[in-house]
Write a protein that binds this ligand. Structure first.
Ligand SMILES: *[C@@H]1O[C@H](CO)[C@@H](O)[C@H](O)[C@H]1NC(C)=O
Ligand SMILES: *[C@@H]1O[C@H](CO)[C@@H](O)[C@H](O)[C@H]1NC(C)=O
Ligand SMILES: *[C@@H]1O[C@H](CO)[C@@H](O)[C@H](O)[C@H]1NC(C)=O
Ligand SMILES: *[C@@H]1O[C@H](CO)[C@@H](O)[C@H](O)[C@H]1NC(C)=O
Ligand SMILES: *[C@@H]1O[C@H](CO)[C@@H](O)[C@H](O)[C@H]1NC(C)=O
Length: 407
């Protein structure tokens, strides 16, 4: 209760920046609300005046609301991390909403002429709008423009439980992604905006190059940004991309023949390493704007002990752990099913985290080690000097490291 009162006080100081004095006064007269996870809806329900109630609800939901961002790269195991939030009904989780922006830019521009700065700016603005529960902002990037605020479809909307359940989609049973896409393809953005209001928001993206692009969001006092920076051994990332994406075809040829083709774009993985390094160097330097907002997580550490790592992540974000999450993790990490989908999270994670070592040609490993050597040492991944070392799985290449969150 003590802690609660000073939070309310702080909130009032903070609110006074934006809201007129009369509004503040009404808060002062309202008894301090109990500090629980009770929806703001309930806490403000007794206020008769509509405007006052709306203000109370806004401020109350804003106060405790977390704005979580999973900053990841493709094939770094972010789907699993996303599920830690998606499986929590207190959280509105979105899977790569920035794809909509990217898609429009790609379609209307030549790849080489895309202005990266305006693209990243558009990403940042959309993130801000979504954290603010303004889903209409998505309409700017959907062609043709949605009628009556209903999007005909949204990228990977089926991967978001919040978009597959009431009030956004009138389905009561749990569905998998495909089933949800069938039943909830059209998304009423008004409903999404409303449903989002009383929940924490978590967004997963692979589109933000590095953490410095998020500075404006981190500094915005209206947001309570929590960045979870997910990294993975770049050699493993590359192996996974080779097995998944067609633009990695030259690597595929290199991998199976052992001979490096003429045209191999090493930047495809080199840039990932540069982005990793830029972000962790920023994070490690502990700039004031990241205080309380940055946690570095290695995919391999999650795979080793998912429940422990997940608890640490929840602690950092400031969310209560739920028993159902432990159960979900148990079912989805210790279960080798015959059904193998490259985008699935259902694998025996502790055993597969270093499996790439049996699937990547040593020449490629050496090439990656050369261009990524700084990144590898920063993140605690050991380099190998021989095929024998590479294939000797019992000798892990993941150094035990503690990356404490910046609190
Ligand atoms: C949602 O579904 C239930 C049962 O299927 C139905 O009674 C209700 O009218 C539906 N609500 C809306 C808004 O479509
Ligand atoms: C979307 O949801 C809102 C809020 O419930 C509703 O008023 C509106 O009619 C819905 N739009 C359509 C096109 O169904
Ligand atoms: C690389 O080549 C080896 C041998 O042909 C194969 O077993 C492995 O699956 C390939 N790796 C990838 C990522 O495609
Ligand atoms: C493994 O997955 C199957 C299918 O999803 C499920 O029925 C089963 O309960 C799971 N087993 C464990 C030990 O979680
Ligand atoms: C990475 O490689 C470069 C060039 O070979 C070398 O100068 C540098 O010391 C290496 N850095 C680390 C951290 O190993």
């Amino acid at each position: 209760m003590m802690e609660c009162s000073w939070k309310v006080l702080l909130l009032m100081v903070f609110t006074s920046l934006g809201i007129q004095y009369t509004a503040i006064k009404s808060f002062r007269m309202t008894p301090a609300p109990p500090c629980s996870n009770m929806a703001a809806e309930n806490r403000c329900g007794h206020i008769k005046d509509n405007i006052r109630r709306a203000l109370c609800e806004d401020v109350n939901s804003q106060r405790s609301k977390k704005h979580i961002l999973i900053l990841a790269t493709s094939r770094s195991g972010s789907s699993f991390l996303g599920q830690l939030f998606n499986q929590n009904s207190d959280i509105f989780y979105l899977f790569e909403p920035l794809h909509t922006v990217w898609n429009l830019f790609i379609k209307s521009n030549d790849q080489d002429t895309i202005d990266k700065r305006s693209l990243v700016g558009a990403y940042r603005d959309l993130l801000h709008n979504l954290y603010d529960c303004d889903f209409y902002a998505l309409e700017n990037y959907i062609k043709p423009v949605p009628e009556d605020h209903v999007a005909p479809s949204l990228f990977r909307s089926g991967a978001s439980n919040a978009l597959c359940s009431p009030p956004v989609c009138n389905q009561s049973q749990r569905m998998d992604e495909r089933e949800c896409l069938n039943k909830c393809k059209r998304v009423n953005l008004t409903l999404a905006s409303t449903a989002c209001r009383y929940k924490h928001m978590a967004i997963k993206t692979i589109r933000i190059p590095d953490i410095n692009n998020l500075r404006a969001l981190a500094e915005d006092p209206r947001l309570n940004l929590k960045i979870i920076h997910l990294v993975r051994d770049p050699r493993a990332v590359l192996a996974s991309r080779i097995a998944t994406f067609s633009d990695y075809r030259p690597f595929q040829i290199w991998n199976s023949s052992g001979k490096k083709p003429q045209k191999v774009d090493m930047e495809l993985i080199g840039n990932t390493c540069i982005d990793y390094s830029t972000s962790v160097e920023t994070g490690f330097s502990r700039p004031p704007w990241l205080k309380g907002k940055y946690m570095l997580v290695r995919y391999e550490d999650i795979a080793m002990d998912p429940v422990k790592k997940a608890n640490e992540i929840y602690n950092f974000v400031g969310l209560e752990w739920k028993k159902s999450l432990s159960m979900w993790i148990e079912q989805n990490t210790k279960n080798v099913t015959t059904y193998y989908n490259k985008f699935t999270t259902k694998r025996d994670s502790s055993k597969t985290a270093e499996n790439w070592r049996l699937h990547l040609n040593f020449n490629i490993v050496q090439a990656v080690q050369q261009i990524c050597n700084k990144t590898l040492s920063q993140l605690g991944y050991r380099v190998v000097d021989s095929v024998q070392q590479l294939n000797n799985l019992p000798q892990s290449l993941v150094e035990p490291r503690m990356f404490l969150p910046f609190v």
